[in-house]
Design a binder for this molecule. Structure first.
Ligand code: ATP
Ligand code: ZN
Length: 300
Protein backbone atom coordinates (compact mmCIF):
# COMPACT_ATOMS: atom_id res chain seq x y z
CA UNK A 1 0.00 0.00 0.00
CA UNK A 2 1.18 3.56 -0.81
CA UNK A 3 2.31 5.73 2.10
CA UNK A 4 -0.72 7.49 3.66
CA UNK A 5 0.26 10.91 2.25
CA UNK A 6 0.04 9.54 -1.29
CA UNK A 7 -3.47 8.20 -0.79
CA UNK A 8 -6.50 10.38 -1.41
CA UNK A 9 -8.75 10.81 1.60
CA UNK A 10 -12.39 11.60 0.93
CA UNK A 11 -14.66 12.71 3.80
CA UNK A 12 -18.16 11.28 3.50
CA UNK A 13 -21.16 11.54 5.84
CA UNK A 14 -21.14 8.62 8.29
CA UNK A 15 -24.88 8.17 8.73
CA UNK A 16 -27.51 10.34 7.14
CA UNK A 17 -29.22 11.35 3.97
CA UNK A 18 -26.03 11.63 1.92
CA UNK A 19 -24.26 8.45 3.07
CA UNK A 20 -25.56 5.71 0.76
CA UNK A 21 -25.64 7.88 -2.31
CA UNK A 22 -22.10 9.20 -1.77
CA UNK A 23 -20.60 5.74 -1.35
CA UNK A 24 -22.67 4.33 -4.20
CA UNK A 25 -21.40 7.03 -6.59
CA UNK A 26 -17.78 6.34 -5.67
CA UNK A 27 -18.32 2.61 -6.13
CA UNK A 28 -19.84 3.28 -9.57
CA UNK A 29 -16.61 5.13 -10.37
CA UNK A 30 -14.86 1.81 -9.81
CA UNK A 31 -13.73 2.18 -6.19
CA UNK A 32 -13.91 -0.90 -3.97
CA UNK A 33 -13.66 -0.17 -0.26
CA UNK A 34 -13.24 -2.45 2.75
CA UNK A 35 -16.28 -3.14 4.87
CA UNK A 36 -14.08 -2.46 7.86
CA UNK A 37 -15.33 -2.87 11.41
CA UNK A 38 -13.58 0.36 12.23
CA UNK A 39 -16.29 2.43 10.59
CA UNK A 40 -14.29 5.67 10.76
CA UNK A 41 -12.12 4.72 7.79
CA UNK A 42 -12.89 2.49 4.84
CA UNK A 43 -9.82 1.68 2.78
CA UNK A 44 -9.81 1.53 -1.00
CA UNK A 45 -8.81 -1.97 -2.11
CA UNK A 46 -8.18 -1.27 -5.79
CA UNK A 47 -7.27 2.44 -5.76
CA UNK A 48 -5.22 4.62 -3.40
CA UNK A 49 -8.39 6.25 -2.07
CA UNK A 50 -9.75 5.98 1.48
CA UNK A 51 -13.05 7.18 2.88
CA UNK A 52 -13.34 8.93 6.22
CA UNK A 53 -16.82 8.58 7.66
CA UNK A 54 -17.74 11.63 9.72
CA UNK A 55 -20.59 14.02 10.60
CA UNK A 56 -21.45 16.17 7.61
CA UNK A 57 -20.82 19.37 9.61
CA UNK A 58 -17.18 18.34 10.08
CA UNK A 59 -16.47 17.77 6.37
CA UNK A 60 -15.60 21.35 5.25
CA UNK A 61 -13.27 21.74 8.26
CA UNK A 62 -11.50 18.45 7.57
CA UNK A 63 -10.93 19.47 3.95
CA UNK A 64 -9.87 23.00 4.87
CA UNK A 65 -7.39 21.72 7.45
CA UNK A 66 -5.95 19.17 4.96
CA UNK A 67 -6.99 16.13 6.97
CA UNK A 68 -8.92 15.13 3.84
CA UNK A 69 -8.30 16.04 0.20
CA UNK A 70 -11.92 15.85 -0.90
CA UNK A 71 -15.33 15.80 0.75
CA UNK A 72 -18.89 15.05 -0.32
CA UNK A 73 -21.31 17.35 1.47
CA UNK A 74 -24.39 19.55 0.97
CA UNK A 75 -23.73 23.02 -0.46
CA UNK A 76 -25.77 24.35 2.50
CA UNK A 77 -23.14 23.01 4.92
CA UNK A 78 -20.26 24.22 2.72
CA UNK A 79 -21.56 27.78 2.58
CA UNK A 80 -22.52 27.89 6.26
CA UNK A 81 -19.12 26.60 7.40
CA UNK A 82 -17.36 29.05 5.07
CA UNK A 83 -19.14 31.94 6.80
CA UNK A 84 -18.57 30.46 10.29
CA UNK A 85 -14.86 30.04 9.68
CA UNK A 86 -14.42 33.50 8.21
CA UNK A 87 -16.30 34.99 11.20
CA UNK A 88 -13.87 33.19 13.51
CA UNK A 89 -10.92 34.56 11.54
CA UNK A 90 -10.00 31.11 10.20
CA UNK A 91 -9.47 30.58 6.47
CA UNK A 92 -11.96 28.50 4.51
CA UNK A 93 -9.54 26.69 2.22
CA UNK A 94 -11.91 24.55 0.20
CA UNK A 95 -13.49 24.93 -3.21
CA UNK A 96 -16.48 23.26 -4.85
CA UNK A 97 -15.22 21.15 -7.75
CA UNK A 98 -18.29 19.11 -8.70
CA UNK A 99 -22.08 19.27 -8.35
CA UNK A 100 -23.52 15.83 -7.80
CA UNK A 101 -27.20 16.36 -8.58
CA UNK A 102 -28.55 14.59 -5.50
CA UNK A 103 -29.48 15.71 -1.98
CA UNK A 104 -31.46 18.59 -3.47
CA UNK A 105 -33.02 20.90 -0.91
CA UNK A 106 -33.26 24.62 -0.15
CA UNK A 107 -32.66 26.77 2.88
CA UNK A 108 -35.85 28.72 3.42
CA UNK A 109 -37.58 31.02 5.84
CA UNK A 110 -40.97 29.66 6.87
CA UNK A 111 -43.56 30.60 9.41
CA UNK A 112 -47.09 30.00 10.60
CA UNK A 113 -49.88 31.09 8.25
CA UNK A 114 -51.19 33.38 11.03
CA UNK A 115 -47.90 35.31 11.04
CA UNK A 116 -49.43 37.27 8.13
CA UNK A 117 -46.18 37.37 6.15
CA UNK A 118 -46.31 40.11 3.53
CA UNK A 119 -42.76 40.33 2.19
CA UNK A 120 -39.30 40.79 3.69
CA UNK A 121 -40.27 43.79 5.83
CA UNK A 122 -42.52 41.48 7.86
CA UNK A 123 -39.34 39.95 9.28
CA UNK A 124 -38.29 43.19 11.00
CA UNK A 125 -38.30 42.95 14.80
CA UNK A 126 -39.06 39.21 14.79
CA UNK A 127 -37.18 36.17 16.08
CA UNK A 128 -36.04 33.55 13.57
CA UNK A 129 -34.90 30.11 14.75
CA UNK A 130 -32.18 28.37 12.74
CA UNK A 131 -29.10 26.20 12.85
CA UNK A 132 -27.80 28.19 9.85
CA UNK A 133 -26.93 31.42 11.67
CA UNK A 134 -24.20 32.37 9.18
CA UNK A 135 -26.38 32.13 6.07
CA UNK A 136 -29.39 33.67 7.81
CA UNK A 137 -27.45 36.66 9.15
CA UNK A 138 -25.90 37.23 5.74
CA UNK A 139 -29.37 37.24 4.16
CA UNK A 140 -30.76 39.61 6.79
CA UNK A 141 -27.80 41.98 6.44
CA UNK A 142 -27.97 42.00 2.66
CA UNK A 143 -31.65 42.88 2.83
CA UNK A 144 -31.31 45.43 5.61
CA UNK A 145 -33.59 43.53 7.97
CA UNK A 146 -33.36 43.84 11.70
CA UNK A 147 -34.37 40.47 13.16
CA UNK A 148 -33.01 38.33 15.98
CA UNK A 149 -31.57 34.93 15.07
CA UNK A 150 -32.19 32.23 17.66
CA UNK A 151 -29.72 29.36 17.37
CA UNK A 152 -31.37 25.93 17.41
CA UNK A 153 -29.27 22.82 16.90
CA UNK A 154 -32.11 20.53 15.82
CA UNK A 155 -35.91 20.34 15.44
CA UNK A 156 -35.99 23.98 14.36
CA UNK A 157 -39.51 23.60 13.01
CA UNK A 158 -41.05 23.35 16.48
CA UNK A 159 -39.62 26.70 17.63
CA UNK A 160 -42.75 28.74 16.76
CA UNK A 161 -45.00 26.28 18.63
CA UNK A 162 -42.73 26.54 21.67
CA UNK A 163 -43.00 30.31 21.51
CA UNK A 164 -39.24 30.59 20.99
CA UNK A 165 -39.42 32.24 17.57
CA UNK A 166 -41.80 33.81 15.06
CA UNK A 167 -40.20 32.25 11.99
CA UNK A 168 -37.78 29.44 11.19
CA UNK A 169 -34.95 29.23 8.66
CA UNK A 170 -34.41 25.59 7.81
CA UNK A 171 -33.84 23.05 5.04
CA UNK A 172 -36.84 22.09 2.95
CA UNK A 173 -37.09 19.43 0.27
CA UNK A 174 -40.69 18.35 -0.24
CA UNK A 175 -42.18 20.74 2.30
CA UNK A 176 -43.85 17.84 4.14
CA UNK A 177 -42.16 18.58 7.47
CA UNK A 178 -43.14 22.24 7.30
CA UNK A 179 -46.72 21.37 6.49
CA UNK A 180 -46.89 18.84 9.33
CA UNK A 181 -45.85 21.65 11.67
CA UNK A 182 -48.34 24.14 10.25
CA UNK A 183 -45.64 26.26 8.58
CA UNK A 184 -45.49 27.87 5.14
CA UNK A 185 -42.38 28.59 3.11
CA UNK A 186 -41.89 32.32 2.42
CA UNK A 187 -38.33 32.99 1.21
CA UNK A 188 -35.61 30.80 -0.34
CA UNK A 189 -32.08 31.75 0.79
CA UNK A 190 -30.09 29.02 -0.94
CA UNK A 191 -30.71 26.18 -3.40
CA UNK A 192 -28.57 23.24 -2.37
CA UNK A 193 -27.38 19.85 -3.60
CA UNK A 194 -24.55 17.50 -2.66
CA UNK A 195 -21.19 18.71 -4.00
CA UNK A 196 -17.58 17.57 -4.03
CA UNK A 197 -15.23 19.98 -2.30
CA UNK A 198 -11.46 19.93 -2.58
CA UNK A 199 -8.74 21.48 -0.47
CA UNK A 200 -7.21 24.60 -1.99
CA UNK A 201 -3.77 23.26 -1.17
CA UNK A 202 -2.15 21.83 -4.35
CA UNK A 203 -2.31 18.02 -4.24
CA UNK A 204 0.74 17.19 -6.27
CA UNK A 205 0.68 15.87 -9.80
CA UNK A 206 -0.12 12.23 -9.13
CA UNK A 207 -2.89 12.80 -6.64
CA UNK A 208 -4.45 15.53 -8.78
CA UNK A 209 -4.41 13.23 -11.80
CA UNK A 210 -6.37 10.64 -9.83
CA UNK A 211 -8.83 13.28 -8.60
CA UNK A 212 -9.35 14.39 -12.21
CA UNK A 213 -9.95 10.79 -13.23
CA UNK A 214 -12.58 10.31 -10.52
CA UNK A 215 -14.33 13.55 -11.52
CA UNK A 216 -14.34 12.44 -15.16
CA UNK A 217 -15.80 9.09 -14.17
CA UNK A 218 -18.45 10.92 -12.16
CA UNK A 219 -19.44 12.70 -15.39
CA UNK A 220 -20.02 9.33 -16.97
CA UNK A 221 -21.88 7.93 -13.96
CA UNK A 222 -24.23 10.91 -13.80
CA UNK A 223 -24.86 10.90 -17.54
CA UNK A 224 -25.80 7.25 -17.82
CA UNK A 225 -28.52 7.60 -15.19
CA UNK A 226 -30.82 9.15 -17.78
CA UNK A 227 -29.22 7.83 -20.93
CA UNK A 228 -30.68 5.10 -23.11
CA UNK A 229 -29.46 3.34 -26.22
CA UNK A 230 -32.17 3.24 -28.84
CA UNK A 231 -32.30 1.06 -31.95
CA UNK A 232 -34.96 1.15 -34.66
CA UNK A 233 -35.66 0.58 -38.31
CA UNK A 234 -36.64 3.63 -40.34
CA UNK A 235 -37.81 4.22 -43.90
CA UNK A 236 -35.14 6.34 -45.61
CA UNK A 237 -37.84 8.86 -46.54
CA UNK A 238 -38.72 9.44 -42.85
CA UNK A 239 -35.14 9.65 -41.60
CA UNK A 240 -35.05 13.42 -41.05
CA UNK A 241 -38.29 13.40 -39.07
CA UNK A 242 -37.20 10.41 -36.96
CA UNK A 243 -33.86 12.02 -36.21
CA UNK A 244 -35.64 15.10 -34.87
CA UNK A 245 -37.80 12.95 -32.60
CA UNK A 246 -34.85 11.26 -30.87
CA UNK A 247 -34.42 13.02 -27.51
CA UNK A 248 -31.00 14.43 -26.66
CA UNK A 249 -28.98 12.76 -29.43
CA UNK A 250 -26.14 14.28 -31.40
CA UNK A 251 -25.26 12.06 -34.36
CA UNK A 252 -27.12 8.76 -34.69
CA UNK A 253 -25.45 5.85 -36.47
CA UNK A 254 -27.21 4.86 -39.69
CA UNK A 255 -26.68 1.25 -40.81
CA UNK A 256 -27.67 -0.55 -43.99
CA UNK A 257 -30.25 -3.30 -43.51
CA UNK A 258 -29.47 -6.48 -45.36
CA UNK A 259 -31.98 -7.13 -48.14
CA UNK A 260 -33.73 -3.79 -47.83
CA UNK A 261 -33.23 -0.77 -50.07
CA UNK A 262 -35.83 1.52 -48.58
CA UNK A 263 -35.14 1.03 -44.87
CA UNK A 264 -32.11 1.62 -42.63
CA UNK A 265 -31.28 0.83 -39.01
CA UNK A 266 -30.78 3.81 -36.67
CA UNK A 267 -28.77 3.46 -33.45
CA UNK A 268 -28.42 6.38 -31.05
CA UNK A 269 -27.55 7.25 -27.48
CA UNK A 270 -30.31 9.42 -26.02
CA UNK A 271 -29.05 11.56 -23.17
CA UNK A 272 -32.55 11.90 -21.81
CA UNK A 273 -35.07 9.33 -20.72
CA UNK A 274 -37.04 7.73 -23.54
CA UNK A 275 -40.73 7.66 -22.69
CA UNK A 276 -43.55 5.61 -24.24
CA UNK A 277 -44.80 8.77 -25.89
CA UNK A 278 -41.51 9.22 -27.73
CA UNK A 279 -41.68 5.62 -29.00
CA UNK A 280 -45.27 6.11 -30.13
CA UNK A 281 -44.29 9.27 -32.01
CA UNK A 282 -41.36 7.46 -33.65
CA UNK A 283 -43.68 4.64 -34.69
CA UNK A 284 -46.19 7.11 -36.09
CA UNK A 285 -43.36 8.64 -38.13
CA UNK A 286 -42.68 5.24 -39.71
CA UNK A 287 -40.15 3.63 -37.36
CA UNK A 288 -40.43 -0.09 -36.60
CA UNK A 289 -38.60 -2.75 -34.51
CA UNK A 290 -37.97 -0.23 -31.75
CA UNK A 291 -35.66 -1.31 -28.93
CA UNK A 292 -34.54 0.77 -25.92
CA UNK A 293 -31.61 -0.43 -23.78
CA UNK A 294 -30.12 0.91 -20.57
CA UNK A 295 -26.58 2.29 -20.75
CA UNK A 296 -24.16 0.76 -18.27
CA UNK A 297 -21.07 2.97 -18.62
CA UNK A 298 -20.11 6.01 -20.68
CA UNK A 299 -16.83 7.81 -21.32
CA UNK A 300 -16.90 10.94 -23.44
P1 ATP B 1 -25.00 14.50 10.75
O1 ATP B 1 -25.26 13.52 11.83
O2 ATP B 1 -24.01 13.98 9.76
O3 ATP B 1 -24.67 15.88 11.25
P2 ATP B 1 -27.46 15.75 9.76
O4 ATP B 1 -28.63 15.40 10.61
O5 ATP B 1 -26.84 17.09 9.90
O6 ATP B 1 -26.37 14.59 9.91
P3 ATP B 1 -28.92 14.89 7.37
O7 ATP B 1 -30.29 15.11 7.88
O8 ATP B 1 -28.48 13.49 7.11
O9 ATP B 1 -27.80 15.66 8.22
O10 ATP B 1 -28.81 15.74 6.01
C1 ATP B 1 -27.61 15.81 5.31
C2 ATP B 1 -27.80 16.74 4.14
O11 ATP B 1 -28.83 16.27 3.28
C3 ATP B 1 -28.22 18.16 4.45
O12 ATP B 1 -27.15 18.99 4.89
C4 ATP B 1 -28.73 18.62 3.08
O13 ATP B 1 -27.65 19.02 2.25
C5 ATP B 1 -29.34 17.34 2.50
N1 ATP B 1 -30.82 17.33 2.51
C6 ATP B 1 -31.61 17.04 1.46
N2 ATP B 1 -32.92 17.13 1.78
C7 ATP B 1 -32.97 17.49 3.05
C8 ATP B 1 -34.05 17.75 3.96
N3 ATP B 1 -35.32 17.65 3.59
N4 ATP B 1 -33.75 18.05 5.23
C9 ATP B 1 -32.47 18.12 5.63
N5 ATP B 1 -31.43 17.91 4.80
C10 ATP B 1 -31.66 17.60 3.52
ZN1 ZN C 1 -25.05 17.66 10.35
Amino acid sequence: MEPPEQRIKIAVQKTGRLTDHSIDLLERCGLKVTKSKDQLIRYGENMPIDLLLVRDDDIPGLVSDDVCDLGIVGLNVVEEKRLNRLAEGRPARFKTVYELDFGHCRLSIAGPEEAGYAGLLSLNNTKIATSYTGLLNKFLNENGIDAETVCFSGAVEIAPKLGRADYVCDLVSTGGTLKANGLREFEVLLESEAVVIQTEKPLGEEKQALVDKILQRLDGVLQVRESKYIMLHAPKTALAEIRDLLPGTEAPTILRLDGSDDKVAVHAVCRENVFWETLENLKAAGASSLLVLPVEKMLA
